[in-house]
Design a protein around this ligand. Sequence first.
Ligand code: SAM
Length: 266
Amino acid sequence: MYKHNDQQFLLSNQYKDASNLNARIQLHRFSVNKRGLSNWIFDHFDLPNECDILELGCGTGGLWKSNEDRIPQGWNITLTDFSPGMVEKAKANLTEVPHDFQFETVDAQSIPYEDHSFDAIIANHMLYHVPDRHKALSEIRRVLKPDGVLYASTIGFGHMRELQSICDKVDPKIDLALNSVQSAFGLENGAEQLEKYFNSIKLYLYDDYLLLPEAKPIVDYIFSTSDSTPLMLEYGPDAFLHVIEEELKTNGPIKITKRTGMFVVS
Ligand SMILES: C[S@@+](CC[C@H](N)C(=O)[O-])C[C@H]1O[C@@H](n2cnc3c(N)ncnc32)[C@H](O)[C@@H]1O
């Protein structure tokens, strides 16, 4: 079974390239909050016009693409991810953005920069994947300047719980293991992990949910999560499409809970 922090599996399968992450990003087009998570995260950055920023686990670089019109020229931004495929995708996505970004392949558990190099570190939806978070958080503390800030977004209990209910109707043995991600580093237990390294921890919640009038993006999302994959493949996408289409016919658009927020830490 897929483990959210099995780094070898994540590298060779889940995040080998951007296809799984993109399927999940597509679902968020149906978000009710039109501000968008990337814009909301950027709204919280309280940084001078000249500063050094490191992003860990940057994925496809969506944070910067969504905010391309408001990145101060004096921000020296290094985008990193431990998956070379993701770094390539981020680079490709940002070629048209008029800013001079740096790109590197970096594992958050071993950050190859000098002590006190950065004014800000961004770690969006990635700390729950890191098996040795003690190592990663001490590395983050080390490379942050003493007055630097960590911005770390994550999810909380109940996030997307309706997806498990859909799977249960296909076969209760299909376990999306949503809770294993949330209990690694989530809205409920992130602060206690961070307080060993930082003095000030603020948590901001992003108010949103999804409203789905069609089935296919939900099925694509479920199949992008890789958990219980052999069983899911045995049933095939049509079994899931059928369950969701029945639900749409009976009750109309499907509401999916989102529980998302960001720790701002110094
Ligand atoms: C859920 S995606 C989030 C991507 C992006 N930050 C976003 O919010 O869209 C998690 C990312 O963390 C990366 N990742 C997982 N473990 C990592 C590690 N130990 N060090 C650095 N990146 C890691 C994955 O390759 C993937 O791109």
